[in-house]
Design a protein around this ligand. Structure first.
Ligand SMILES: Nc1ncnc2c1ncn2[C@@H]1O[C@H](COP(=O)(O)OP(=O)(O)O)[C@@H](O)[C@H]1O
Ligand SMILES: [Mg+2]
Length: 226
């Protein structure tokens, strides 16, 4: 049995604001194994973004442990965290975060520039993954020439181009109509089922969470079973 992708024990996070301390995460234990698809729901202010930032190695906890693929994140400096982030994690956001004056294929190529992959191979890999996302005929479109669902598919392609071990999706279907939400959640389910991609998704929508293998609720900084 491989070690879990995510192994979090007794995790706490505090913020100090105008001399007042906010206890944003209050003792989180979470294990996510390879090929899991986990959804986390929770009301506004419950700590979802705080947890996502730590999971994505954008921030470190104040107490407790976080092992990502066996590596102890709490012992790393910001350079080491940046490297882990590039290598191990793909991010998908509600607002896509695509470069607006840049074509679909160039958006998807971008992470490979940082990884030092040459231009020809970048273009080949980006075209391939966009084809798999059903966007083979949209390679040279700009984001504003694509529908919301198509833009999110470009963002998913960009997240996956470096073959990360973990996909973190923060409200990826927020602000979408039902049909487009279905299109995106279908792709995530397919990536999990067919390619064994490990996915952790935050969502406000119960119908979306129901498509994951399991779902948890974050309430006042603590994780609860559904
Ligand atoms: N940078 C910050 N400074 C101070 N307090 C913060 C900061 N970020 C979040 N908080 C507080 O931490 C709690 C959890 O926030 P957050 O993780 O953003 O929740 P959610 O994403 O579920 O809405 C809230 O009480 C919020 O006000
Ligand atoms: Mg939030």
């Amino acid at each position: 049995m491989n070690s879990p992708i995510i192994d979090i024990q007794g995790l706490h996070k505090y913020y100090a604001m105008d001399g007042i301390q906010v206890h944003a995460l209050r003792g989180i234990d979470l294990v996510v194994n390879e090929e899991d698809f986990l959804a986390i729901m929770g009301p506004s202010g419950s700590g979802k973004s705080t947890l996502m930032n730590i999971l994505g190695c954008l921030d470190i906890p104040d107490e407790g442990s976080y092992r990502l693929n066996g590596n102890d994140i709490t012992q790393m400096d910001s350079d080491a965290l940046a490297m882990i982030r590039n290598r191990e994690i793909g991010f998908v956001f509600q607002s896509f975060n695509l470069l607006s004056r840049t074509s679909a294929i160039e958006n998807v190529e971008t992470p490979l520039i940082y990884a030092g992959v040459n231009r020809k191979e970048r273009q080949q890999r980006a075209a391939e993954i966009l084809q798999r996302m059903g966007l083979g005929d949209r390679l040279h479109h700009l984001p504003n020439q694509l529908s919301g669902g198509q833009q999110q598919r470009v963002a998913i392609a960009r997240a996956l181009i470096t073959s990360p071990t973990l996909l973190l999706a923060d409200e990826p279907t927020g602000n979408m109509d039902t049909a487009t939400s279905q299109e995106i959640i279908n792709i995530l389910c397919q990536l999990n089922e067919e390619q064994g991609l490990t996915i952790l998704l935050i969502t406000h929508e119960a119908e979306i969470a129901a498509r994951a293998q399991r779902s948890l609720i974050l309430r006042d900084g603590k994780l609860e079973e559904q």
